[in-house]
Ligand binder design. Structure first.
Ligand SMILES: [Fe+2]
Length: 273
């Protein structure tokens, strides 16, 4: 299964022009909670046509002061109302006390942070009645690091019994910026808990820095990393093509989705392709 983010900018072509054929769509619940009128109707049509995956932006699971219980209840109601098949979020934080930082900031790789994140995840999972699916973050500044990122992620997943959204492009971006081996990193992930994959393009600023913009086409090394990941997984996991800026003609996105499906088919059915 290969999906794409549904965006208001291309809603008309998306719903009526048949230029693109995703197997599912992803939206941020924060962008649709409480929406009424025309857009409520358009969103309903999208849901009738495609399975809906939700990818949240503002849960802030890494916040030391805990999660916003009222917000989680709203998300639960939205999941039920929309019949969404999946709800994922970021392994990051975006809120400290009452300040919303409007960014997805990485959590320090420390034991103290793990304890707080696990506590937060258990509360959210209890409220939602389902496991959280959390995405590995991209980050640009060096963090306080008592343990490695793979150790950090593995301990959180093991202790909270949550699941993982593996963003292959985030791994590529971090491995480039922080000089580590992307395949080795992926091999150390809790792969049996991966329920969802993200892939995207990024922006290369210079020879030392790339930024996870979701504003360009996927590059070959990232396709290769996806191929490697799927070989490791050896099972079908839904893949989302993320594109948030510089949106091209839908035919371009369709051809990227075809390439993703081809990789998935090649890995899962090596005798047929
Ligand atoms: Fe992502």
């Amino acid at each position: 299964m290969v999906g794409i983010g549904y965006r208001k900018e291309f809603s008309k072509e998306f719903l009526y022009d048949h230029k693109i054929h995703p197997d599912f769509v992803e939206v941020a619940p924060e962008n649709w909670l409480g929406v009424g009128g025309y857009w409520k109707q358009e969103f309903k049509k999208v849901r009738e046509k495609y399975p809906l995956f939700l990818h949240g932006l503002s849960l802030s699971i890494g916040s030391p002061e805990g999660v916003d219980i009222d917000f989680v209840k709203k998300i639960k109601a939205f999941i039920e109302e929309t019949g969404a098949v999946l709800y994922s979020e970021h392994l990051s934080f975006s809120k400290v006390d009452n300040a919303h930082l409007y960014d997805l900031l990485p959590i320090p790789f420390t034991q103290d942070a793990i304890d707080r994140v696990v506590e937060n995840i258990l509360i959210v999972q209890d409220l939602l009645g389902r496991r959280l699916i959390l995405e590995n973050a991209s980050y640009y500044t060096l963090l306080k690091q008592e343990i490695s990122e793979p150790e950090f992620i593995n301990e959180i997943v093991r202790r909270s019994d949550c699941e993982m959204l593996l963003d292959v492009n985030n791994v590529y971006v971090n491995s480039f910026n922080h000089h580590y081996d992307a395949k080795e990193f992926i091999s150390k992930m809790p792969l049996e808990r991966v329920k969802y994959i993200h892939i995207a393009g990024h922006f290369k600023v210079n020879e030392h820095l790339i930024i996870d913009t979701h504003g360009a086409e996927i590059i070959d090394p990232v396709y290769d990393l996806l191929d490697f990941t799927l070989q490791k997984l050896q099972r079908e996991v839904p893949i989302l093509l993320e594109r948030d800026f510089n949106i091209p003609e839908l035919e371009v996105l369709e051809s990227e989705m075809t390439q993703l499906r081809n990789i998935q088919n090649k890995v899962l059915n090596p005798m047929i392709v």
